[in-house]
Design a binder for this molecule. Structure first.
Ligand code: COA
Ligand code: AMP
Length: 249
């Protein structure tokens, strides 16, 4: 890739409270068009403030061939779905089911110390301990996108998925390429969006529904090895540019 790459990050808030965010990695020639797209996207929830940042990416991006492989699970309610999620996470992480239920409960009831949503993800080691450096902020995965976002979106839409899946898949695919990351659990903090996911090294398990309708709480849990170097982990998830070629359906 000869042309310079740029990261575009946008976030919208209302009275200081985060409403939505979006990001892209694009070529210089695409900046203007994408700025308009991204602005339209983040203004949807009537924010009183929008922050958009355009930065040149100096570091060579890591190119990933495919996202995690998509698999769908449908359940009659979120409790049954979480039982299956706990089963998968227990096998993958070795953490007891009791501890996994407690961690998941935290996400469903507000995982920050003030019982609000965290601003990023919780990090949990194989002993079931929370090891993120700040329990309000957690860790946020950024600087990831698709090489050809439009092509991948078209493919997902054709298969019955949404743009949300596209973003979630990009984020979690970046997470899971980190060698010390074992699995991820995610539910949205939007009260009407009940679909969630569990990711492992190979699969993105999309659960419908993984949370109760009307619940304003949500969050992510990143399950990692005990031996992880936490600073290096933060650095990779926040800074390393990652571009994904295609989706694995
Ligand atoms: N939830 C709550 N607050 C958030 C937030 C979030 N998701 N993202 C940013 N903020 C607020 C926080 O107060 C944050 O301060 P903090 O670092 O102390 O928590 C402040 O905004 C500044 O955050 P910063 O990380 O500097 O913002 P940014 O403009 O660089 O990036 C996002 C913001 C929303 C683009 C980024 O956090 C993000 O979530 N990207 C989405 C990744 C993604 O989906 N990629 C897939 C693309 S295909
Ligand atoms: P969302 O998928 O945007 O509905 O976010 C669900 C939850 O995931 C939020 O409440 C945050 O706790 C967390 N989160 C949001 N953005 C990120 C991110 N970029 N990386 C890690 N966690 C995030």
């Amino acid at each position: 890739m000869k042309e310079k790459l740029y990261s575009i990050k946008a976030r919208a808030s209302f009275k200081g409270k985060h409403l939505s965010g979006a990001e892209r990695i694009v070529r210089e020639s695409e900046i203007e068009t994408v700025l308009e797209e991204i602005y339209k996207k983040v203004r949807r929830k009537n924010p009183d403030s929008i922050n958009i940042k355009v930065e040149n990416i100096e570091e060579k991006p890591l190119i990933v061939d495919k996202t995690l492989r998509l698999k769908n699970f449908s359940f009659s309610n979120h409790i049954e779905a979480n039982e299956k999620a706990v089963e998968i996470l227990h096998i993958e992480t070795g953490i007891s089911k009791n501890i996994l239920w407690k961690l998941i409960e935290e996400v469903h009831t507000g995982a920050a110390p003030d019982k609000e949503n965290m601003r990023g993800a919780m990090i949990v080691n194989q002993k079931g301990e929370r090891i993120e450096l700040d329990r309000y902020r957690g860790i946020r995965t950024t600087t990831v996108d698709f090489l050809d976002r439009k092509k991948v979106l078209k493919k997902l839409l054709k298969n019955g998925y949404t743009e949300r899946t596209l973003d979630a898949l990009a984020l979690t695919t970046k997470n899971l390429i980190y060698p010390d990351m074992i699995a991820e659990y995610c539910i949205s903090d939007e009260p009407d969006y009940t679909v969630g996911y569990v990711s492992t090294k190979n699969f993105y398990y999309r659960f419908s529904p993984l949370k109760e309708k009307g619940n304003t709480k949500g969050g992510r849990i990143y399950f990692v090895k005990n031996s992880i170097d936490i600073q290096k982990f933060y650095n990779f998830l926040q800074k390393k540019p990652v571009l994904i070629r295609d989706v694995n359906i």
